[in-house]
Ligand binder design. Structure first.
Ligand code: SAM
Length: 207
């Protein structure tokens, strides 16, 4: 999940001290990432019953879990990840690399002819620690997620996307502003303060 290689001991210790990790365990969520989506949803009233949602970079599944619990199963989610994910009600899971055509075809097949209401991407590449490598990789995943919006989002649909501050982010935000009526960038409290991670929240897709 994007943790740097070679620092697993430090990472584990940090995880154990992290209040969001402890809270997630207590509350039965699959990951601390849930609190990021919870804040984005609380501030923007993102989730409504009977939505069709694409969840990119879904594993271990706390975002999908949050959505299906909040909407009491009145939702259809197509969730995608390189890694396996335990099943959840209302979720059709596609395991594969989002940058592969085969995975895209499986996602399209799962969506069918319906228009999507929300594309959410929490994808992060495996962090190498070299910014010149990691930043373009993460921007590439964001670009592909935006391409997916162009293809499947219905008019008025929304897009939530993890981004890392750095080269390419301003142009990406400018591009989304051309297609969505409102675009905000936020840093949820559960996003680690030292990280460059932020979330783009783009609302009301204009076809
Ligand atoms: N939102 C998730 C949750 O709530 O449990 C956590 C997502 S985690 C921060 C990022 C995920 O992105 C990882 O599980 C990783 O495998 C996935 N990922 C990264 N690159 C990917 C790619 N090219 N295709 C599919 N998934 C990818």
């Amino acid at each position: 999940m994007g943790k740097p290689r070679g620092t697993s001991r430090g990472w584990k210790e940090r995880q154990e001290r992290d209040p969001y990790v402890q809270q997630a365990r207590k509350d039965g969520w699959r990951s601390r990432a849930v609190y990021k989506l919870e804040e984005i949803d609380r501030k923007g009233r993102l989730l409504k019953p009977d939505m069709l949602i694409v969840d990119l970079g879904a594993a271990p599944g706390s975002w999908s879990q949050y959505v299906t619990e909040k909407l009491k199963g009145r939702v259809r989610i197509v969730a995608v990840d390189l890694l396996p994910m335990d099943s959840l009600p209302s979720v059709e899971f596609v395991q594969g690399d989002f940058t592969d055509d085969e995975t895209l075809a499986a996602i399209r097949a799962a969506i069918g002819d319906d228009r999507v209401d929300l594309v959410m991407s929490d994808m992060a590449p495996n962090i190498s620690g070299t910014r010149a490598v990691d930043q373009p990789r993460s921007m590439y995943l964001a670009e592909l997620a935006l391409d997916m919006c162009r293809e499947v989002l219905g008019k008025g649909g929304d897009f939530v996307c993890k981004l890392f501050q750095g080269e390419g982010i301003d142009a990406f935000i400018a591009e989304t502003r051309k297609r969505f009526a409102s675009v905000k960038v936020m840093k949820p409290k559960a996003s680690r303060p030292g990280s460059r991670e932020v979330y783009l929240v783009a609302r009301n897709y204009q076809i």
